[in-house]
Design a protein around this ligand. Structure first.
Ligand code: ADP
Length: 492
């Protein structure tokens, strides 16, 4: 089915209220806020703006059904996720358009995200029926140990704006599979995909109260009392390291378990023995997926001195050939950045690098006109002191610097408080494994610019976060261990 991008009924069709206890409800006082289209700056619609009391209502609804939900058959939970997976795929065009309108990414990328997002539900529908425990005998033979897995309890899920659908399914999927109830707070820039998702899960049979969605412009005021109230048992957060730190401090007071997917500052390393075609392809993905607005985006490109000119020339040629335009235009490869602040930050980072003698190979100047567009940009000779070497760029700007040897580049790559992902291009197997082990990151892309995969454990080390999402461990984050001690007495 094709969707008419000039008549975005998809926006009209999305519920605009809070979703609490299975019902759509207004925010306290009927307050609303505007959701904008970053390609034009125009308002798409108004949606409910929750106050702290609404957050408390949502958590109450989640707490009320936790015990009952935990007791449902794993197969029942699994099949809800499976049905939701199928509904999402059947609505790919509508969901992709909705995402493009609120977030800006080109329709083709939005369709890719819909498939990626749906896959988390399929993956966790398969995991729901594989939760198991253990049974063992103590070394002295006197006791039996029965290990069972229990859902952690009511969860608070907080998602960012850059992957509006997939960041939701990546958290909801394992929580549902594990038998947890939840309150989800999406980013205020991109709430519509989450609201559509709540509708889909309801159609798929998710009982009232298991998922509650609270949209708000006052995240701090709504979230803090929930974390401090003692009823939330788990926080799963994806967002900036700065906000992650604040939330970790709040969680400390009531000892709330956390999964934190925070910022990145990915090194992208090209050795002189790399296949340059593969490296350039990898750079296009690692830099340009989502217009560079990804925590996994290649942030610092280290290219061996002997291949740096060839790599930069080929990469810049591909970057310059991309079409910048509204995501709804089927010809667009690069949509707008999320908002004026996001683009302003990219502009400042480029200006700072230029002041430190970086050279522009392509791009480098924001166009006039509506929307928050920024062109694909390649900078060479970037000083290691430039701000963009220490800051998440979150835009389509590639910063290339050169290196001479392995030790030097590993030291430079690890010289950051972040450790989410690193990309490595080489045809030498020894080197590939050696550097993969030495990089202080949670994920390595070896001769590839893409690491995200629902079947893999996604996450970082150092200040990039705690815990993993996806893979076999994804559901673990939502499960507790409980063990029952059973003495077995000798017959008298
Ligand atoms: P970004 O800078 O990419 O928008 P943020 O970390 O600010 O990343 O936002 C990620 C998510 O965290 C969003 O849903 C946002 O509303 C939420 N958020 C921001 N500040 C707070 C806060 N003080 N408490 C709870 N959530 C917050």
């Amino acid at each position: 089915m094709t969707v008419d991008v000039t008549r975005p009924d998809v926006v009209t069709d999305v519920p605009k209220q809070l979703f609490i206890g299975g019902a759509w409800t207004d925010a306290t006082g009927g307050r609303t806020f505007a959701v904008d289209d970053p390609a034009t700056g125009d308002v798409l619609c108004e949606i409910a703006d929750a106050a702290p009391a609404d957050g408390r209502r949502a958590l109450k609804a989640a707490v009320a059904v936790q015990e009952e939900w935990a007791a449902t058959a794993p197969r029942a939970r699994s099949e809800i996720l499976r049905r939701a997976y199928e509904i999402i795929l059947a609505r790919t065009d509508e969901l992709a358009l909705l995402m493009t309108l609120e977030m800006g990414k080109p329709l083709k990328e939005a369709r890719g995200e819909v498939a990626y997002a749906a896959e988390f539900f399929r993956w966790f529908s398969e995991e729901a029926v594989r939760i198991d425990g253990g049974f063992s005998t103590t070394p002295d033979g006197a006791n039996r140990i029965l290990v069972m897995r229990r859902p952690v309890g009511p969860c608070l899920l907080i998602t960012p704006w850059n992957f509006p659908l997939a960041m939701g399914t990546r958290k909801i999927g394992p929580a549902v599979a594990a038998g947890c109830t939840m309150v989800l707070k999406p980013a205020p820039q991109t709430p519509l995909s989450t609201l559509a998702l709540a509708g889909i899960l309801t159609e798929a049979g998710l009982p009232p109260g298991v998922l509650n969605v609270v949209t708000t412009t006052d995240a701090g005021a709504v979230v803090e009392p929930l974390l401090r109230g003692g009823e939330v048992r788990k926080l799963s957060f994806t967002g900036s390291t700065q906000v992650g730190r604040i939330l970790l401090a709040q969680c400390a007071d009531t000892v709330v378990r956390t999964s934190m997917e925070l910022g990145g500052n990915a090194p992208f390393i090209v050795f002189d023995d790399a296949d340059l075609d593969v490296a350039v392809d990898g750079a296009m993905t690692a830099k340009m997926r989502n217009m560079g607005e990804a925590c996994t985006a290649a942030n610092r490109m280290f290219v061996h001195r002997t291949v740096a000119d060839a790599f930069a020339a080929r990469f810049a040629e591909r970057m310059a050939a991309l079409t910048v335009g509204p995501g709804t235009d089927p010809g667009s490869d690069v949509g707008p950045l999320i908002d004026a602040a996001g683009r302003g930050k990219v502009e400042e980072l480029v200006e700072d690098a230029l002041r430190r003698d970086a050279k522009v190979v392509t791009g480098g100047t924001a166009p006039d006109g509506p929307g928050y567009f920024y062109p694909p940009t390649v900078l060479t000779d970037v000083s290691r002191d430039a701000a963009l070497m220490r800051t998440e760029i979150f835009g389509p700007v590639a910063a290339i610097t050169t290196f001479e040897d392995e030790d030097e580049v590993v030291r430079a790559a690890n010289d950051t408080e972040w450790g989410l992902v690193g990309y490595l291009f080489t045809r030498d197997v020894d080197r590939a494994l050696r550097i993969s082990e030495r990089l202080e990151v949670g994920m390595v892309g070896l001769n590839t610019g893409l690491v995200s995969n629902p079947a893999a454990p996604f996450g970082g080390v150092k200040q990039s976060g705690l815990g993993r999402e996806g893979g076999r461990v994804g559901i673990e984050e939502f499960l507790e261990y409980k063990y029952v001690a059973i003495p077995v007495r000798n017959r008298t």
